[in-house]
Design a protein around this ligand. Structure first.
Ligand code: SAM
Length: 235
């Protein structure tokens, strides 16, 4: 899978060198390229923002550098002229649809995703319309709160998607039983020692009885979800 990131702070993505994703990059499973939006400015000050039309506080990211950056990336990765076969452009935004595990799974099959990280009050709205002429566009929110920029959101999405790409996580079975994969939160996990500072591992997990363990875990999933995230359960 190829992933491009456009940002005014490329250093945010240095951590993609480490851990599982770093290893996946080294193994050629993930081709991640980070681009500095300022490289696509044409003025001496490398300006990427300007005042908003209609007034108001803050600055808005100018459309011209974005179009140049997206054009270059789309041209490098795709021969086709039509938007449907172009890259998937993901613009993190608190005003977007919510990012979920099912979206991460869907995107893990994409050959090419481009993340466009906004700053200030966001990106000129016309950039999204333009991007839709050379690829597919999604505006996606990490959650119902406001971050300073799209970098942290893009990083979270890259990690959630990247770990689902075949081969990135060594044991694919460990991806199946996780929270949100079947609509529920995951059951509690324990490791050795069985007794620690007066806290005991539940007896059923020491029983060696696979059926009872499976039933206990399922019950825990439902109970946890009911307590912590009742919104995930059907009416
Ligand atoms: N004025 C915008 C609004 O109210 O919708 C918020 C702009 S925010 C300060 C700057 C950038 O941070 C956004 O363009 C977006 O890229 C990113 N961002 C902030 N919160 C986010 C969230 N919850 N999910 C994804 N991206 C977010």
């Amino acid at each position: 899978m190829r992933i491009d990131v456009v940002t005014i702070f490329p250093a945010f993505f240095d951590v993609l060198e480490v851990s599982l994703l770093g290893r996946a990059r080294g193994a050629g499973l993930l081709d991640i390229r980070v681009h500095d939006l300022r490289e696509h400015t044409t003025d001496r000050h490398r300006t990427v923002d300007d005042t908003p039309y209609g007034g108001g506080a803050g600055m808005v990211m100018k459309p011209e550098p974005w179009a140049l950056a997206l054009d270059e990336i789309a041209a490098a990765g795709h021969d086709a002229e039509d938007a449907a076969s172009g890259p998937l452009f993901v613009f993190p935004s608190p005003a977007g649809e919510r990012f979920t595990q099912s979206l991460a799974r869907e995107w893990s099959h994409e050959p090419h995703i481009v993340f466009g990280c906004g700053r200030y009050e966001g990106i000129d709205e016309r950039v999204f319309s333009y991007a839709a002429t050379i690829g597919r566009v999604r505006l996606v929110s990490l959650g119902d709160y406001v971050l300073n920029g799209g970098e942290v959101a893009a990083m979270a999405m890259i990690e959630a998607v990247g770990r689902l790409v075949p081969g990135v996580v060594g044991n694919p079975e460990s991806l199946v039983e996780e929270s949100h994969e079947d609509g529920l939160l995951e059951y509690p996990s324990y490791t050795k020692p069985a007794s620690w500072r007066g806290y005991e591992v539940p007896d059923v997990l020491l029983s060696g009885h696979h059926g009872r363990v499976a039933q206990w875990r399922r019950d825990q999933q439902v109970e946890r979800t009911r307590m912590r995230r009742p919104d995930l359960l059907p009416e």
